[in-house]
Design a protein around this ligand. Structure first.
Ligand code: DP6
Length: 343
C-alpha cells in the first residue's frame, strides 16, 4: 500500500552570501538570508516498500528525467542517513509557485521540501520521533547536502547557516534562525525583478568551485565572516542604514568574485545595472529605505519595509519594471518557513 507525505517549502535570498564550499557541502564562510513567502515549492512524496531504491519524479504533472536524475543522485547520496530508502519505491510530484521560466533558482525551495519529506518518511517508516527543533535541524542538515542554500529555507524570517562567533548555536552542518530581530525588520518585502529568465552562464556549483583559485577568496571569506556578525547585530539593533550598506556590498562582491574567477564571467545584464542605479537614485531622492541584492544570476531583488509599500510599488511599476523581461516581477514578502501539508 502506498502512502503520501506533502510539504511546502520556501525559497530564500541571501543578504550575506555563501560562495565557496569544501568537503561534504560545507561552507567556506557563514551566510545569512531572508526567507520568502510567495516563492515556494510544493512537493508530495508517495512511498511503498520495494526490492530496491526506485525514484520517479513528476514536475508540473509531467515526468521530468533531468530533475529525476538530480533527485535520485541526491537520494542515493543520503542512504547513509536513511538506510530504509534502499527498499522503497518513491514517487515525487513537485511544482513551484513561480513560473519555471522565471530564472529563479529553485534548488533552495525544492531541496528543502525534499529533505522535509525524507525526514517525515524516516519518522513514519522507522518509528523515530523527533521533537520539532530536532526535526527541522535534521531536515536542514539533509537539505544542505542537496544544495547549500536550501539549509536556510527551514526557518522563517532571517536565518544563518555556517559557524559564526556571533551566534553560539550556529553550525556549518545546518542553519539556525536569527534569534533576535528588531520590530523594524520584521515586515520586509522583496520585489523580485526578472531581468532575464534564461539559464545562467555558470551553475552555482561551478561558481563555488572557481573560488578555489580566485586571488581574492581569502579576503572575501574574512569579509563574509565579519558581515554575518555585523548583520546579526544590525538585525537586533534595527539599524536600517547599515543593513542597506552591507546588503548591497555583499551583492556586488558576489558578482565581483564571478568577474575575477576563472577567465572571469558576468551573470549581471545591462538591465541589472540599470535597476541598481534606479534603486540608488530613488533612495537618494526620496530618502526612503530601499536597497537591492542579487542572487547568482541577473535578477535584482529590491528590499524594503512594508510601511513604504505604496511608494515602492509605484516606483517599481514606473521606473523598474520596464527593465524586466515582459515587465515581469514578483511581489514577495518575508515568510514564516515551511508548511506541512499532508503527513
Ligand atoms: C549566490 O546553494 O545554489 O545564491 O550548494 O552548489 O547547490 P549549491 O549552491 P547554491 O549556492 C547559492 C549561492 C548564492 C548565495 C547564497 O544563496 O548564499
Amino acid at each position: 500500500m502506498s502512502e503520501i507525505i506533502k510539504w511546502q517549502s520556501p525559497s530564500n535570498i541571501a543578504l550575506v552570501k555563501y560562495w565557496g564550499k569544501h568537503g561534504m557541502q560545507l561552507p567556506n564562510n557563514p551566510s545569512l538570508s531572508l526567507t520568502l513567502h510567495k516563492s515556494y515549492t510544493e512537493m508530495s512524496l508517495n512511498y511503498e516498500p520495494s526490492d530496491g531504491l526506485n525514484v520517479e519524479l513528476y514536475f508540473d504533472n509531467e515526468r521530468n528525467t533531468r530533475f529525476e536524475k538530480r533527485v535520485s543522485d541526491f537520494i542515493g547520496s543520503v542512504v547513509d542517513v536513511f538506510p530504509f530508502l534502499l527498499n522503497h519505491k518513491i514517487k515525487i510530484e513537485t511544482t513551484n509557485s513561480f513560473p519555471h521560466s522565471a530564472g529563479i533558482a529553485s534548488s533552495a525551495s525544492s531541496m528543502s521540501a525534499l529533505a522535509l519529506c525524507l525526514c517525515k518518511l524516516e519518522e513514519k517508516v522507522t518509528g523515530t520521533e523527533y521533537d520539532e527543533a530536532e526535526f527541522f535541524r535534521k531536515a536542514s542538515q539533509v537539505s544542505r547536502r542537496g544544495s547549500g542554500s536550501a539549509a536556510r529555507s527551514m526557518y522563517g524570517a532571517y536565518t544563518v547557516w555556517g559557524k559564526t562567533s556571533a551566534l553560539a548555536d550556529s553550525s556549518d552542518l545546518h542553519a539556525i534562525p536569527v534569534p533576535e530581530v528588531h520590530e523594524d525588520f520584521k515586515l520586509w518585502r522583496d520585489a523580485i525583478m526578472i531581468v532575464h529568465s534564461g539559464v545562467k552562464n555558470f551553475s552555482s556549483t561551478n561558481g563555488h568551485k572557481l573560488m578555489q583559485d580566485n586571488p581574492f577568496s581569502e579576503v572575501r571569506y574574512d569579509i563574509a565572516f565579519e558581515n554575518v556578525a555585523r548583520m546579526v547585530d544590525i538585525l537586533k539593533a534595527g539599524d536600517i542604514e547599515s543593513f542597506m550598506d552591507v546588503t548591497e556590498k555583499e551583492a556586488l562582491m558576489l558578482h565581483a568574485m564571478m568577474m575575477t574567477s576563472g577567465r572571469g564571467y558576468f551573470e549581471m545584464k545591462p538591465n541589472s545595472l540599470n535597476i541598481m542605479n534606479e534603486v540608488r537614485a530613488f533612495r537618494r531622492d526620496s530618502g526612503l529605505p530601499v536597497c537591492f541584492t542579487l542572487d547568482a544570476g541577473p535578477n535584482v531583488h529590491i528590499l524594503y519595509p512594508t510601511s513604504i509599500k505604496d511608494q515602492v510599488i509605484e516606483f517599481v511599476e514606473d521606473r523598474v519594471a520596464p527593465y524586466c523581461e515582459n515587465n515581469y516581477w514578483i511581489d514577495d514578502v518575508i515568510g514564516s518557513g515551511p508548511q506541512k501539508l499532508l503527513v
